[in-house]
Design a binder for this molecule. Sequence first.
Ligand code: GAP
Length: 828
Amino acid sequence: MTTGGRTRAPFGVYVHVPFCRSRCDYCAFAAYTDRDHLMEAYTRACVEELTAAVAGEDLPEATSVFFGGGTPSRLPPDLLAAILDAVPRADGAEVTVECNPEDAGPDRLDRYRRAGVTRISLGVQSTVPHVLDGLGRRHTAGAVTAAARSVAAAGFASWNLDLIIGGAGETDADWERSLADLLALEDPPPHVSAYSLTVEPGTPLADDPARHPDDDVQARRYETADAVLTAAGYRWEEISNWARPGHECRHNRLYWDQGEYRGIGSAAHSHRNGRRWWNVRTPDRYVRELAAGRSPVGGEEVLTDDQRRFEALALRIRTREGVPTGALPDDPDLEGLVDRRGGRAVLTVRGRLLANAVTVRLDAGAASLGGRPAPGGPVRSLPMPEPESTTDAPPTGDLMEKVVGLCKRRGFIFQSAEIYGGFRSTYDYGPLGVNLLRNVKNAWWEAMVQRRSDVVGLDAAILSPPSVWQASGHLANFTDPLVDCRNCHQRWRQDKIDGVCPNCGSTEFTEARAFNLMFKTHAGPLEDEGAVAYLRPETAQGMFINFVNVLQTTRKKPPFGIAQVGKSFRNEITPQNFVFRTREFEQMEMEFFVPPAEAQTWFEYWLEERFQWYLGLGIPADKLRLRHHDPDELSHYSAGTADVEFLFPWGWDELEGIANRTDFDLKAHAAASGEKLDYFDPVTNERYTPYVIEPAAGATRTMMAFLLAAYDEDEVGGEPRTVLRIHPRLAPYQVAVLPLSKKESLEPLSQRVLSLLQPHFMVDYDVTQGIGKRYRRQDEVGTPWCVTIDFDSLEDDAVTVRERDSTDQVRVPVDGLLAELRSRMDGA
Ligand code: GAP
């Protein structure tokens, strides 16, 4: 839709296309290789979002439109044209489409031209075959030449060629060759972008330090690029962009000018009137929200004036115009990093390499931008899609999505470091989550320690020296076999994929490499080999190395156990499924030391005990099973292992492993330390090394299983409700005290009830909203009993107790309330 009329202030529309053929292993964008089936629905949703914005007079005519992603050229041209047609555009609007070279054939480009596209951005990255291979790109150098020819032949006067600096295996000569090849094209691109390969947390690249680019090498290649491009008549525009005069990208400029833009599609960001907002991240959800007539907005922020001023400077300092000299202090550290002339401070080439160090010295209060519109910033960061890394996508099925949503909405679990964009696969437990997790651990402790006279507790250190892990076999054996798919370059654990790449179906893989999962650090100020320490990958070893201490101080004798609950750390290759597999997690482990001849009997005993524990706390029997390991699955220490498995939304998976560890650990530590780690039986006069039966459960993983098993939806009084039918012992709050109204007259009695119950239960106290809404809020977080104080209570000194699952209500005298709730709790 092109409209005539007056061109107002620049306004951009960014359309996010989330589809990709394969995922590059350095990419953290919200792009998907398995959602092509959504293309048509996604197009309809984009058109709907645009149409609604136009109808709401919320979409000025665009002076630039940018299709990015993902791989926009993956979208059939007619679908792309349908979206573009719904964008109101000013006369002469710039319309850019990012395109893979292998897609840029004459037919597609011709259709783009006819649809109104004016500019192509080719994702070339390199022209050197082995570098392309390392980056996971499918095109050849020949495809680049052909694509450039087609772009020119189709009549695109302006186009861009994207390069990446620092792909694996790239040499200086390779980099120079890519630059030379682009200049040698029949019609060289009038605009060039060169981005340093950045290691995004959570990508396979991040897990492979050997392939991380070296800062000095990157800097050298950047300087080469600037010299070569400048000599060839390109003008430096912004850190990563060079253009021949007249071919600057208008859409980029808008971002660098902190201008206004509207993002369309999943994960797209928008900016208007100082407000920034972003759409929901996955295309599935985006389509669903629009189909249901709901807004696709997933979040928003409003910048303060100070933040806006600082951001404007931070964006502008990266550009050819620089900032007013007053914005930077006269600091000798900035020597050689900025050029000060004509009242402006502009980054030198070296300064561009250290732009962040310069940015932190900006003083927004000391300088205004001199009446010009506020400047904008790096193309790739602001309006582009939200990075993948902020939260793990819920894996499969509605249930998972609902439980993850509930956890966030009601404060069970937060993404860690969320205000900094999130630290992938790391979570913080909020006010409700911390109660629930604590209850899970307490229930375990009660069953495993408190109610037994043959098990004692321990809380060992998390940091331990290499000698522990050398002896335990973890340094040699605690590894995952890693393979890379030769086709799509995704990295996988070899033992999890049955020889077929789950991403692209290829059966071609690199040789497996052993990757040790332990987190290594240094204790003390020296970072040399003598100071190496490890974060424990299991709590178990703490029990083995304290075996004699416990034996001597408690006078226990086999069979007896040592139990521990605490954090463990594993540098998991594929952390996934919310808190199911994370790098930092909590374990609940018990090492049960037995005479060797009794090992099998105790193994079977603990299988039964542990299975019953989950059932007793409300996991339905049809969602729980025991699975014995095949001999080739067994860990290096195990003579037999069985897993308690739960039926997760993605299938059966492990909650707990119960293993017969034999005398492996005690003997290994005895041999390595020179200490005697055995037991002398004074009755039989026999000395032996006990065998160990180990039930090892994950607290965080188990908490998630309890949530999944408890989540339910039903109807109450014709109204839908969400209810967490969780066992009362696990519920974050056992009781909610709810005065019927905020009236002062109810307060003394409400406080009396609260004080009566708080020493015995976790109690929530809520006086906001109507009573029906408050019941729903408590149902949703699993509070088994609500105690309501009403005006009759002032007369009869009785309250109403409402039960969560049945919603049955009974009147109970305040005097008998504690006994009533205790008896319900005991009977649960
Ligand atoms: N000491 C034996 C041991 O650690 P494991 O099967 O590796 O055995 C025991 O771990 C339990 O710890 C698992 O069944 C699981 O519940 C939990 N667990 C292991 N790795 C985890 C991770 N990365 N994230 C969350 N929980 C994990």
